[in-house]
Design a protein around this ligand. Structure first.
Ligand code: HEM
Length: 235
């Protein structure tokens, strides 16, 4: 007969199977004995998983835009905003990493750097950054939204914003895209703050100047048209 304990184990095991916990929880391999390395590896993995989820939501949003379902695309983008908020909050797990603690394992990962993240580039591509050498695999929110606007007779965001009263769905779409772009930049700002905290102005592992290089990137505007309309009169 199945005892309560057996039942609980069976449930736990279904849970573990469903979430592939055996695989997931055996993917953390610190290269050193440094206590802080685990938080660095897990935060990196968590962020890559969230990048994957965000790409998933943005791919769904692009498909809806191509099908003319603007409201549906806005729902997907809002779900993406939640993922982006979680991404920004994930920096908190590294907030106490001191330069001394970081130096204990920095050499062990060699020239590895987040600059090599393919998913991060997919997301930038979705926000309209051209990477000609990477091909067209990633979804493009910028291109899909431009086509959606065009099909409704608008040649850009300013015209659509000025006609917001008759086209509230397009206005909501523009603002949801802007919110995604802004959150992407906020993740970069938070990254820079962590870099200042954990390695100051030292050079990056990929060979860039480090914080100085990242600080320049923080000024980059994704989906710039949606930032530029903010300098124009909408009425
Ligand atoms: C305190 C911990 C971290 C430090 C000190 C740090 C440092 C740096 C530095 C110096 C760069 C510039 C490129 C280089 O020369 O390496 C960089 C780029 C980058 N890092 Fe980090 N990083 C940290 C954590 C993370 C984490 C957890 C992720 C998550 C995946 C990440 C993702 C990235 C990405 C995507 C870039 C490229 C940014 C761009 O091209 O705009 N970093 N990082």
């Amino acid at each position: 007969m199945m005892t309560d304990h057996d039942r609980r184990r069976a449930v736990a095991s279904e849970y573990a199977q469903y979430a592939c916990l055996d695989e997931l929880l055996h993917l953390q391999w610190p290269r050193t004995q440094a206590p802080a390395e685990m938080s660095f590896i897990i935060t990196t993995q968590v962020m890559e998983l969230y990048f994957k989820l965000l790409k998933h939501e943005w791919t769904a949003a692009c498909a809806k835009l191509e099908a003319g379902d603007i409201r549906g695309a806005v729902v997907d983008l809002r779900r993406g905003h939640g993922v982006q908020d979680a991404l920004i909050a994930s920096w908190e797990a590294l907030r106490t990493l001191t330069p001394g603690e970081f130096d204990e394992f920095r050499e062990a990962f060699g020239a590895a750097s987040g600059i090599q993240s393919e998913l991060y580039r997919d997301l930038e591509q979705a926000l309209g950054v051209p990477y000609p050498s990477r091909g067209e695999d990633a979804p493009s929110l910028e291109a899909s939204a431009a086509r959606a606007l065009e099909r409704r007779g608008f040649d850009g965001w300013l015209a659509a914003y000025r006609a917001a009263d008759q086209n509230p769905d397009l206005f909501d779409l523009g603002e949801a895209l802007y919110d995604a772009a802004e959150r992407f930049t906020r993740w970069k700002q938070r990254h820079l703050i962590s870099v200042w905290h954990s390695m100051g102005e030292k050079k990056g592992s990929a060979g860039t100047s480090g914080a100085e290089w990242l600080a320049r990137g923080v000024h980059q505007k994704y989906l710039p048209e949606l930032w530029n309309v903010r300098s124009e009169a909408w009425a």
